[in-house]
Design a protein around this ligand. Structure first.
Ligand code: UDP
Ligand code: MG
Length: 328
């Protein structure tokens, strides 16, 4: 059993020594307990302009379990994670932030769950006391909105998770460029579980997600997984048309009760009605654009979990190179 750890880094020189120390200690201990046969710690240097690469280079040279992938520029957290995940050849892989906000000590529990048969183990931050009030509240609202828009997101789960090789192979089938990783894994399926943890404060350095980046990331998440915003135009349009009907009835009644405002019915009602009709058709256009949007992503239409067939043992091409590790 080979366990890989993927850690994206963008200007994290101040935390690297500590994270390597802590992660290695745990992995060596797991190896000692024969829970794993080997491991790799895969760092992805996401175009850092501080000493991150030099430090990682030094570690990679003296320790063959430390690997460094260096990106040509800063591509962002999600791209860096994708690069690390695609590089991994492990039977299970854990992604983890470099700043030690996600306690590496949880790796042990994640591995236990994996050994119990869970293909995805989600780390969920149930205690965000260390985050600012703003970050905590905005995150809660964001997850609520996502769920309301029909996205299968796991509230307060960020990128700290373990996935099995099977799940990783499924993930590789998602070729979209604007990737929102924490939305993809629940979308993939497979047997999963959550483990809760307390989010620590950043060990050192500054957050790479200031408000602007956070808003961009949230918007990315919604628009990557939901076409509901496009549908809103139709709903608003239908509502406006309905109100116009009521206003027309009122105008009709006012005509007979001699209570009319001259020119109101003929000016105001058509404006509202036509506005409503336009919104309905805008929403209809949105439906087609939504379809195009979903088609161009070329997401897999299904992911096979298992094939149970007498003579299919050697004929399963879905995860061919990993069948030998199939626990089922
Ligand atoms: N990160 C990255 N590329 C970026 C931004 C961030 O690789 O463009 C990494 C960063 O080094 C860290 C992780 O993504 O390991 C999460 O970033 P951060 O801790 O700053 O986010 P926060 O926890 O403040 O939301
Ligand atoms: Mg952080």
């Amino acid at each position: 059993m080979q366990l890989d750890i993927v850690i994206p880094c963008f200007n994290e020189e101040a935390v690297l020594n500590e994270i390597i120390l802590r992660v290695k200690k745990i992995l060596e201990e797991l190896k000692g307990r024969k829970l794993i046969d080997g491991y790799n710690i895969i760092f992805v240097d996401d175009g850092s302009d501080d000493g991150t690469f030099e430090i990682l280079k030094k570690f990679s040279q003296k320790d063959k379990s430390v690997k460094t992938i260096s990106l040509s520029r800063n591509f962002g957290h999600q791209a860096a994670l994708t690069a690390g995940l695609k590089f991994s050849k492990g039977d299970a892989v854990i992604t983890l932030d470099a700043d030690l906000q996600d306690p590496p000590e949880l790796i042990d529990t994640m591995l236990q769950r994996f050994n119990e048969g869970f293909e995805i183990v989600y780390g969920v931050r149930d205690d965000r006391e260390q985050d600012t009030f703003f970050k905590r509240t905005s995150a809660t609202c964001f997850y609520k909105l996502m769920l309301w828009f029909g996205v299968k997101i796991i509230p307060h789960h960020a990128e700290y998770r373990l996935v099995s090789r099977k799940v990783l192979e499924a993930f590789k089938q998602y070729g979209e460029v604007n990737i929102f990783i924490r939305g993809i894994f629940p979308f993939i399926g497979f047997k999963s579980c959550k483990i809760n943890y307390k989010r620590d404060i950043r060990f050192a350095g500054k957050t790479k997600y200031p408000l602007k980046a956070m808003l961009k990331f949230g918007f990315e998440g919604i628009t990557s997984f939901s076409v509901v915003p496009l549908r809103i135009a139709s709903v608003v349009g239908a509502f406006v048309c309905f109100i116009t009907l009521i206003a027309s009835a009122w105008g009709f009644l006012a005509y007979f009760t001699d209570n009319t405002i001259p020119g109101w019915t003929s000016t105001v009602l058509p404006i509202y009605f036509l506005g409503g009709v336009q919104l309905i058709f805008l929403g209809l256009l949105g439906e087609y654009i939504g379809k195009i949007f979903l088609e161009v992503k070329k997401r897999p239409r299904y992911i096979v979990k298992n094939v149970l067939s007498e003579n299919d043992k050697n004929n399963n091409n879905f995860f061919d190179s990993h069948d030998k590790n199939d626990k089922s």
